[in-house]
Design a protein around this ligand. Structure first.
Ligand code: NAD
Length: 271
């Protein structure tokens, strides 16, 4: 276990500010054992959805299931490694809401970046979302309604040094999402990206040491000098704030919102 992420003071995020009823709907959330995925799974189950929560992390899924008791909806967990692309496509069959969230990160200069890791990042974060969308669309098209939400990042819109695979995958995901929006529109299916800056999750905690090494600074300076350098709001985003944006994109009020990238980046892309 890594040390807790250092944090700056910030407001407590609003909980369930979005009115959303997903009773009778099925939602698939990938990477549901992680920080943002878990928040999304719990948020959608709070809205009444039956959530298929998938991840390769069995222990994390068990912890999620333990948190989900008593919610209006259900959380059903499934251990799934998304590098098994055929299994990923099959897992998405019949869902009304698809949240492509699973991801991984490696911070390393290009000339040292391991090609096998680059391949895995592109597989999990771009090719698997394609296969999941492919698996989900027939049911969505048949019923004339569907919601696809892709967890992109500020790194789907801007690059940062030492994150070649991640930035490439997220930029690709933005393009995939927009294409799904165009094709899905006549069928009542929207597709959007949610693009946060740095969120308080294990994915961020795990990169502090690598960021320090790559930038040649002590770990305690990574938050202020690297992670929050370009954001106007100097705090990490909470997973629940990201889940609330995902929930908004599933509301009837968001029916005309498609093909966008909803940035929760504290002003980073205002530069
Ligand atoms: P996290 O590490 O807490 O969770 C990611 C989850 O994905 C983990 O549970 C992991 O087991 C799962 N996963 C990874 N590879 C997998 C595979 N092959 N098969 C199945 N599951 C796999 O990370 P997070 O911060 O919650 O990130 C979730 C998403 O949000 C990612 O797509 C990430 O890129 C994006 N995002 C995160 C941040 C941030 O600052 N944390 C910022 C912007 C975007």
């Amino acid at each position: 276990m890594t040390a807790p992420t250092p944090s700056l003071p910030g407001p407590v995020p609003p909980h369930h500010s979005v009115a959303l009823d997903l009773g009778g709907r099925t939602a698939l959330v990938t990477g549901a054992a992680g920080g943002i995925g878990r928040a999304c799974a719990l948020r959608l189950a709070s809205a009444g959805a039956e959530v298929r929560a998938v991840d390769r992390d069995a222990d994390g899924l068990a912890a999620l299931a333990a948190r989900a008791g008593g919610l209006p909806g259900l959380v059903r967990t499934q251990v799934l490694d998304l590098t098994d692309l055929d299994a990923a496509e099959k897992a998405a069959e019949g869902v009304d809401v698809l949240v492509n969230n699973a991801g991984l990160q490696l911070v390393r200069p290009l000339e040292e970046f391991p090609p096998d890791v680059f391949h895995t990042v592109l597989t999990v974060m771009l090719e698997a979302p394609f296969r999941l969308i492919r698996g989900a669309l027939p049911h969505m098209y048949a019923q004339g309604w569907g919601r696809i939400v892709n967890l992109s990042s500020v790194h789907g819109l801007r690059a940062s040094a030492y994150k070649s695979a991640y930035v490439a995958a997220k930029h690709g995901l933005e393009g995939l999402s927009k294409t799904a929006a165009l094709e899905g529109a006549p069928h009542g299916v929207t597709s959007n990206c949610v693009s946060p800056g740095y969120v308080r999750t294990p994915l961020v905690e795990a990169q502090i040491a690598d960021q320090a090494a790559a930038h040649g600074i002590p770990p305690e300076r990574v938050l202020t000098d690297v992670l929050l350098r370009d954001a106007a709001l100097k705090r990490l985003v909470e997973p629940e704030e990201v889940a609330e944006a995902v929930a908004y994109l599933c509301t009837p009020q968001a029916a005309f919102v498609t093909g966008i990238s909803l940035a929760l980046d504290g002003g980073w892309t205002a530069h």
